[in-house]
Each structure stands twice: as C-alpha cells, then as structure tokens.
Write a protein that binds this ligand. Sequence first.
Ligand code: PMP
Length: 290
Amino acid sequence: MKVFLNGQLVDKKDAVVSVFDHGLLYGDGVFEGTRVYNGNIAFLGEHIDRLLDSAKVIALDIGMTKQELIDATVDTCRANGIENGYIRHVVTRGSGTLGLNPYLCEKASVIIIADNIKLYPQEMYDNGMKIITAGTMRNMPEALNPKVKSLNYLNNIMAKIEAINSGVMECLLLNPQGYVAEASGDNVFVVKGNKLITPPTWCGALDGITRSKVMQLGRELGLDVVEQVMTRYEIWTADEAFLTGTAAEVIAVVELDKRSIGTGTPGPVTHKLVDAYRKLVVEDGIRIDF
Ligand code: PMP
C-alpha cells in the first residue's frame, strides 16, 4: 500500500509522523472521510472544501491548494488500485514542542490514505439499527464547533463507548440544552408525514455532506425538507428515522431508547432515499482515470 505523506507517495511502512506531532500530542488537526464508488470519488470537491474550512477555523495552513489536494487524492487511489473504498485525509499541525503553542510547529503533516471499509454488518442495513441516547453531551459550538471536523473526537468516542457498552453500535447525542444534535459519527433525520426533518447544525451537528445530499434528494422526491430544532420526542414519535454519513451512507434507525420507531422496520421513505443515494454516489464526484 502507498500512502500520500507530505507531497509524496510512500510505502505504508515509511508513512510515519513524529511523536512530537501535535496531531498526536493534542488532537491538533483536521480530517475528512470520503468514499470511492466504481472509480468515482464521491463529492470530493465538497470534502476538500470542508477540510480547508476546518483548517481555516483552527488557523492551520495546509500548504496545498484545493486542486493539489484533489490531484493527490486521485493519485493515491490510482496508486493503490482503489476503485471502491474509503479515503482518509488527515492534516495535523505537524511536529512541535511538548508545549501547546501551535506556532512552534514546523509545518502541517498532510496524509492521504486510500483503503477498504466495512462499517456496519449487512443485517443492520436490512433491518435497521437500534440506538440509545448517550449521557455524554455533544460539544457546544461555542467551545469546539462540531462543524469543524477536527482530530479531537473524544466527545464522540465517549458517546460511542456508552453505545457499545449498552449493546448497540450507535447513539444519539443531545446538546447542552437537551436538543438533538447528531449521532456519534452520523447525522440524524426523521420522517413525519410528508416532512423530512433534521436538526440545524447550530444545535451541534457536523454539516454532513451526506446530510446535504439527502436533503436535496428528499426535495427531488417531493418531501418537505426542513431543518428544525428537535427533542427525542420527535424521534420516538416519528414515522421513520435514519442516520446519514459517508461511511454509513443512509441507514434506518428502528429503535431509540427501547421505543420502536414507526413500524420498527426500515420505512418506505428511507428505502427510497437509500436507493437515490446509491445512484448519486456513482455520478457526482471526480473520476479516477486508471
Ligand atoms: N457527524 C459526525 C460527528 C461525523 O463524524 C460524520 C462523518 N462520519 C458525520 C456527521 C457525517 O458527515 P458526512 O456525511 O460528511 O460523512
């Protein structure tokens, strides 16, 4: 396997960063997760835009343009023969001192890994997922804005630990006001009548790329798509619920906190959106010329 590291494709065994890298010492950096479907890097432009925005917010100079990042991503997939898989972009503050000061770090470490992925078992896509509400609250935007896809994922990991300890794979996080934010690694939607509802990002959600594509697909299906502040009441009493994310794609949620949602099986709107999304991911993106 070849990994892109600081301008070069190197063997996996040589793809190493310093133990003084602030990405390791402090979670000081940003990342992206992108999928490749049949040689099409789905929504790559949007992912690179979000990476650059995240970096800007944390005052991190990536040192590469959008086009350079796109070209390096395509090269990394091509070098590894990845026609279907998952790409991880990681940009850290780089190697510095043991102190916090990011300005003492030499320059950003830019990493691109293209590999295979398997997130949830097929059974969960067929029958839907059961989830719980985590006691861990979502970071509030005034502290560490969840719109920034930073390497600091401890908030999400703390919640994920609760989910796994409760015997499920995912969980819902609420914001400090008790409103629904998102899942530990995905955005949340509910269907009620003709409405497709998701919380606004200011409630503490990442501005998910799958989320925005699914909102668009929902509009094309004639649904009334709205961003609305919600509590768990809206999920417990929904007709359908599902999660969206690059890795998870669109996956039904059939139970939250032991309350079954709707019929307790993946609903018709979820099915339609799953199908529409699967069509879109092979069309919208940047093709790898093998
Ligand atoms: N929320 C969080 C916390 C995430 O980490 C992710 C990405 N896995 C998402 C939402 C979904 O975002 P996207 O659709 O852009 O992958």
